[in-house]
Design a protein around this ligand. Structure first.
Ligand SMILES: [Zn+2]
Length: 319
């Protein structure tokens, strides 16, 4: 099982269909699990997908249209029912804090969950685990920063991206040759230098630069600068493509992207894998492949049309 993968829980915009649940995405990233935009039915989709409530460490909501948040009451109460022991952090547009409160307290239950709220009130870093050392994934991971930016929709909406800092990849042969093993590897990593019986060893001698991985999540928005900034250099870009290019006027009026625009963002940002999702039910009976073709008109990288319950690995690190 890859350490980093996207589990697709739902892919429908506005109204679910026979084959598409409302939105929902679970990003497994080492020991962390980020649940994005839990729409209605997310709790049951998690069951089908093999994702448990206790695997969720953070919940990220882009905005409070129902297809992006009506699953929150069920998921949060399930966490409480399952006695999730760790604190769960929640991120959402701060201006709509009252809507979050209503969802959090939508029904009566014995609330055992420790939910730490992080209302997002501006662009920037909303969570910083970039030291990597304090987290459960300290070994071999450089942690991440979670960033948010305001998008352009009909209501306040934000997009997210996860950025792993650039780090270094240890070279086992070079470590062996110098007799460095066990906790000494971590010491050398942190200090950049280690005294050994054979003399001092620097981190540069036993490692090579490793580019950090990036994941971007862009839901309901018109084409805007923030979308390009979020997608910048993404290894995996999950992007709404509610409309086909022929319906560009509708997309603009309702604050959405077309598949072609999603392709433009991915191309300009230098993304590696584009995951298209959040499809309008109007294309359910047509050929959804047309949306892929429209995105591919400007983006030459890999494109996946997301399907419910699909698991999509974050691409291997760029060489
Ligand atoms: Zn919306």
């Amino acid at each position: 099982m890859p350490n980093r993968e996207l589990v697709v829980l739902g892919t429908a915009s506005q109204a679910p269909t026979r084959t598409r649940n409302h939105n929902g995405y679970f990003l497994r990233w080492d020991q962390e699990g980020l649940l994005f935009d839990p729409g209605e039915g997310t709790q049951r989709q998690m069951l089908f997908a093999g994702v448990t409530a206790s695997q969720v460490t953070r919940v990220c909501v882009t905005h409070f249209h129902g297809d992006h948040c009506l699953g929150l009451p069920g998921v949060l109460q399930r966490m409480s029912l399952d006695r999730v022991a760790h604190p769960v952090r929640a991120y959402y547009p701060g201006v709509d804090g009252e809507v979050f409160w209503r969802l959090r307290h939508a029904s009566l239950f014995h609330d055992r969950l420790t939910l730490v709220e992080h209302p997002v009130d501006g662009d920037g870093v909303v969570a910083d685990r970039s030291d990597g050392a304090d987290g459960p994934d300290g070994a071999g991971s450089d942690g991440f920063r979670l960033e948010a930016r305001a998008l352009s929709h009909l209501v306040p909406a934000i997009g997210y991206r996860l950025v792993e800092p650039d780090g270094r990849r240890m070279l086992p042969d070079e470590l062996d040759a110098r007799g460095i093993a066990g906790p000494d590897v971590g010491r050398l990593r942190r200090a950049g230098r280690l005294e050994t019986s054979g003399g001092p060893v620097t981190l540069e001698e036993v490692s090579v630069p490793r580019r950090g991985q990036r994941f971007a999540f862009i839901m309901d928005t018109r084409l805007c600068d923030a979308a390009f900034e979020l997608a910048d250099g993404a290894d995996m870009l999950v992007c709404e493509s509610t409309f086909a290019d022929a319906d560009a006027a509708l997309a603009r009026d309702y604050g959405h992207l077309t598949a072609g625009q999603a392709g433009q963002i991915a191309a300009a940002a230098g993304a590696r894998l584009l995951v298209l999702t959040h499809f309008s039910q109007r294309y359910e009976t047509g050929a959804p492949e047309r949306l892929r073709d429209e995105a591919a008109a400007s983006f030459g990288g890999d494109i996946v049309m997301a399907a419910d319950l699909e698991r999509i690995p974050v691409p291997k690190r760029a060489p």
